[in-house]
Design a protein around this ligand. Sequence first.
Ligand SMILES: [Zn+2]
Length: 322
Amino acid sequence: MIVFIIGQGGTGKTTLVNYFNEHPINNWLFFDFDEGAIKKSDTKDMEELAVWVGRQREYWLKEIRNPKYRDQNICLFGVGLFPWKVGNPNDVKFAYLSVDQNLRKDRLIDRGDPHLWEAYQKDIDEIVKKLDEAGAKKIDNSDRPIEETASEIKDWLEELEKNNIKYEIKESAAKGKGAFAVCDIKAGEEITEFTGEIIDRKAIHERILKCEERIDDPLQIDDDKFMDIDNDAYFFNHSCNPNAGISGIADLIAIKDIKKGEEITFDYSATVGTNIDNWKMDCLCGAPNCRKVIANVSTIPNEQIEKYRKANGLQDFILRQI
Ligand SMILES: [Zn+2]
């Protein structure tokens, strides 16, 4: 989940970002993406996520996909940003900071930026209209202490996080525990992100030999990098006909629409690189196309790999290897 909080000049966004930098909230980062603050990336795919209006085009969403932020949800503040071609709206939430327009004008003039008032007013009206239509939360920052506004944002983020849990772990009919959808999930939507310590193959072997790790549990994330998963994500069962897949480094994505109550599964073979040729397990998934044995990615029929690829259900390192 990524959260956009949009604040025009004179709404107190910089003060808020500074406040959150001094009073951090777990798993949340706050950025003030003002003109020129973030250097532009040359990656084109982010154009799908954000469209700029007005003069400010220096900020780029690629930055928030930087691996160093991978365990964070991110709030973005910035005038002129309207993320509108969002692939999976359920993963993106909006709010905007609002103040009395006269107050805003006075603040901008006080700050010595009167031109901002003229330059952005038309764009801002348009953005606010679109945000209202998109159901964005309006945060009124007109005339109150910064702590109050920050506290409103914090409560909202906590609520969003609570409502963002898309699965529960419970007993699965045949396979021990499994993960089940607690809401309808659309194809392409992120279900969760696997997290854990990242270690190399040798270290994983040592942990397995010491019985600190089960051989089937680590998630491969690169040729010689594995994740020792630390959340309940390892309860997701395998299926040869799955409804989810792992994308990027370790994002679990729905590759089909998933109904509330359905078990969420992914194809373990799709996460095992071609360089791992000594691992396999029997499959009892019961799917009509069951391969009976789960081994590395090269054992998946081509047609099925293509389906995973089209649905964005393959990890970056797998895409490189196949
Ligand atoms: Zn199977």
